[in-house]
Design a protein around this ligand. Structure first.
Ligand SMILES: Cc1cc2nc3c(=O)[nH]c(=O)nc-3n(C[C@H](O)[C@H](O)[C@H](O)COP(=O)(O)OP(=O)(O)OC[C@H]3O[C@@H](n4cnc5c(N)ncnc54)[C@H](O)[C@@H]3O)c2cc1C
Length: 412
């Protein structure tokens, strides 16, 4: 293929959805969906959940069945990476030197997992959890492993720790900050999850830093902490975030920050080049209009839809309310809104029952909810977040009153 009306680079959640939505919107031009992984687009969240635990085979996490793309004349170009973009010439260069010219380019490349920077980071037995092949490599080693050290107390580290405990492994979880989920949740939720993991047998260590990884017979044999303590293990899982995959666009002159900078229509500063999903830094109404990068299926899907609309003549700025979920043990956490910068957190329900919500307020307005096994609060709380509702905290704290009944009480 040497030309596509729309060339989508990155065949993950966002890239696949751009192609799907374009065809749903009767776009008749040629579409190429190009990705450097060899698999057709698949869901990433199960990689640290049901795929890791063996509950879901790969076929069940495909975003669409294999035949879908050909049926809709979407050219799927897999195992291929774009290494350079010439935006003036509307041309992308691939790693093998081939070029594809385009009418519009959609950059949907997600990010690469951050690696440890210390000695031993490349040893056998050290894993990231970002792609199917990452997880397959990890699973292949797992039968010979009894002790795992997880580095990073974010969602991915915690989910992996939960699965590995269920699989009977000894797990130590290391977090450099003084609480898990520090970037995304309020303190009480962090404490709840720390207690849960400890009750499940995970050795959660907070405020600790890795000095180096020790080696025996070419593989990792332990994690040495700053301070000298050695944690013997046969496997290390590193979950310390991602770096957006934006080098070719940066080199092409696109405005970048923490991601490729896009406007509300997901347009980059380069002509006819859009960016969506984990790699795109965008102005977000739920972060006071600040330019932020979100890593969620919701964001990837909704931004993809914005681009598909823009490319079919329906400009509709991105304004979706952020939401997210995480499964650990029997706890289903669902988040709506962004809690960063909250000044008050209101508890609804009793954490001891394993079903409760935290409502986050800023200057008297509801900005986000974390709902643990509380689907109703998650669904009904959305409207409060969208409205930035002002509701007396004692009413919010009353778990007996459904959140939908509180909308009426909201002061302007
Ligand atoms: C283990 C795990 C668990 C998660 N759990 C949740 C969850 O529970 N809920 C939730 O909302 N979100 C979750 N996420 C986040 C969510 O999966 C991402 O936000 C989402 O996948 C982003 O979609 P994307 O298309 O932007 O990026 P990706 O899905 O990462 O797709 C980008 C694709 O582009 C490819 N690529 C990169 N560079 C190039 C290049 N130069 N040329 C060609 N191809 C390239 C990448 O290899 C990749 O295949 C999880 C993520 C992970 C890794």
């Amino acid at each position: 293929m040497t030309f596509a009306d729309v060339l989508i680079v990155g065949a993950g959640h966002a890239g696949a959805q751009v192609a799907i939505a374009l065809r749903q919107r009767k776009f008749e031009g040629s579409i190429a969906l190009l990705g450097d992984e060899i698999e057709p687009p698949y869901e990433r969240p199960p990689l640290s959940k049901e795929y890791l635990s063996g509950e879901k085979p790969f076929e069940r996490i495909l975003i669409r069945p294999p035949g879908f793309y050909a049926e809709r004349e979407i050219a799927l170009l897999l195992g291929r990476a774009v290494t350079a973009v010439d935006s003036a010439a509307h041309r992308a260069t691939l790693q093998d030197g081939a070029t594809i010219s385009y009418g519009s380019l959609v950059w949907a490349t997600g990010g690469q997992p951050r690696q440890l920077t210390c000695a031993g980071r490349e040893l056998r037995g050290v894993h990231s959890v970002r792609t199917r092949s990452d997880v397959d490599r990890l699973l292949a080693e797992l039968p010979g492993v009894s002790r795992v050290v997880v580095v990073g107390g974010g969602y991915i580290g915690l989910e992996a720790a939960a699965v590995l405990r269920k699989l009977g492994k000894d797990v130590i979880l290391l977090e450099a900050l003084d609480r898990v989920l520090a970037r995304v949740a309020g303190e009480s939720l962090s404490r709840f999850y720390e207690a849960e993991h400890r009750a499940q047998g995970v050795d959660v260590r907070l405020g600790v830093k890795v000095d180096c990884l020790e080696e025996a017979k070419g593989a990792v044999s332990g994690v040495r902490l700053e301070g000298g303590e050695l944690l013997p293990c046969e496997m290390v899982i590193v979950g310390i975030g991602i770096a957006p995959a934006i080098e070719p666009l940066r080199a092409a002159g696109a405005l970048v920050g923490n991601g490729v900078i896009v406007d509300r229509l997901c347009r980059t500063s380069l002509p006819d080049v859009f960016a969506v999903g984990d790699c795109a830094a965008h102005p977000n109404d739920f972060a006071n209009g600040e330019t932020i990068r979100l890593e969620s299926v919701q964001n990837a899907t909704d931004q993809a839809n914005v681009v598909a609309k823009a490319l079919t003549g329906a400009e509709e700025p991105y304004a979706a309310v952020p939401w997210f979920w995480s499964n650990q043990y029997d706890l289903k956490l669902q988040t709506v809104g962004l809690s960063a910068g909250y000044d008050q957190a209101v508890l609804r329900g009793d954490p001891a029952t394993r079903a409760f919500s935290m409502v986050y307020m800023k200057q008297g307005r509801v900005i986000a909810l974390d709902c643990v096994n509380m689907m109703k609060d998650f669904v009904q709380g959305r409207a409060l977040v969208v409205a930035g509702a002002r509701i007396p905290t004692e009413r919010l704290a009353d778990a007996g009153t459904p959140l939908k009944d509180l909308s009426a009480l909201a002061a302007p």
